[in-house]
Design a protein around this ligand. Structure first.
Ligand code: BT5
Length: 276
């Protein structure tokens, strides 16, 4: 485990982003960094402002699920003030997951993949999750908080409820990583994807997702606000909408309508050999 505190100066020194992380708050402890990011948004924080906590007392996932956030991980939220319409926030979970999966592959040679709708996995085990929350007024999205939780220098095998379904960089690499470098690289990759979508739409991100996709061909049980069915994950129609092949044809599922997604072969209990 690393007992080191994050070095804010080193992050700011190495940051190569346009906006993400330029305004940076690092807390020793927080309830949830998404809440802190939302409150800084209310106080006028700029697009790209980042809040990171060494540990979260009440880290959360989608639909109020608990997110374990021990020291040694990276628990951070990016404030997004989109120029585009409300539906844009639907694509944000995959923007975060895709950016991180790319970073882990390129810089740490970890074979990370994106699992619909908001996970980064290595050999089917969850190494990171993304939670997007937003505030809107009528049809206008005022801001969104893009929360990313990364199991960096933590040993999740000691956290009983997620022992078999999760992993961490520490477990995979066998040694602690430099968390400042991972934060810098993740912010750069997530921002690049975000900006490419804002500038020219989703096609480049969807192509990149094709290379880093874990879900295609997997049997999945999908529950939305009005439907419940089993099918095989087929493809992404857009970053915010997936196609699931069922006995009665293709079902299109909006991320925003999801209640739960259960992959039939989700629990991987075999030993890991994840390095490239
Ligand atoms: C997520 O939700 O995966 C979104 C996680 C987002 C966490 C970040 S940290 C910064 C920001 N502040 C917050 O409060 N949240 C964000 P979901 O898909 O609903 O997955 C939740 C499920 O993942 C739980 O029910 C557990 O089964 C599992 N889980 C919890 N903690 C985990 C961890 N550290 N690693 C792997 N799996 C975990």
């Amino acid at each position: 485990m690393d007992s080191q505190r994050l070095d804010r100066d080193s992050i700011l020194r190495d940051l190569r982003t346009h906006c993400f992380g330029r305004s940076l708050v690092i807390l020793d402890e927080s309830s949830s960094t998404n809440d802190v990011a939302a409150s800084t948004a209310e106080d006028g924080a700029p697009h790209g402002a980042v809040v990171i906590a060494e540990t979260q007392r009440a880290g959360r996932g989608r639909l109020g699920r608990a997110w374990y956030s021990p020291r040694g991980g990276i628990w951070m939220s990016i404030l997004i003030r989109p120029k585009r319409a409300l539906s844009f926030s639907d694509s944000l979970p995959l923007v975060g997951a895709l950016g991180l999966a790319k970073t882990l592959g390129l810089n740490w040679r970890v074979r990370a993949a994106v699992r619909w709708p908001n996970d980064v996995v290595v050999d089917g085990r969850k190494i990171a999750g993304v939670l997007v929350e937003s505030k809107s007024k009528g049809n206008e999205l005022i801001y969104a908080t893009l929360g990313i939780g990364i199991n960096a220098n933590v040993d999740t095998s000691k956290i009983e409820p997620i022992r078999d379904s999760s992993t961490s960089l520490l477990t995979i690499l066998g040694t602690p990583i430099n968390r400042e470098q991972l934060i810098v690289a993740t912010l750069l990759d997530v921002e690049a994807i975000y900006e490419s979508i804002q500038a020219s739409g989703e096609s480049a991100a969807l192509e990149c997702l094709g290379d880093l996709d874990w879900s295609r061909g997997k049997l999945v049980n999908v529950r939305t606000v009005d439907r419940d069915f089993v099918g095989v994950f087929d493809s992404y129609e857009s970053l915010g909408r997936a196609r699931i092949r069922t006995a009665s044809g293709l079902e299109r599922v909006e991320t925003s309508a999801l209640v739960s997604v259960d992959y039939k072969s989700d629990q991987m209990k075999r030993p890991q050999a994840n390095k490239r």
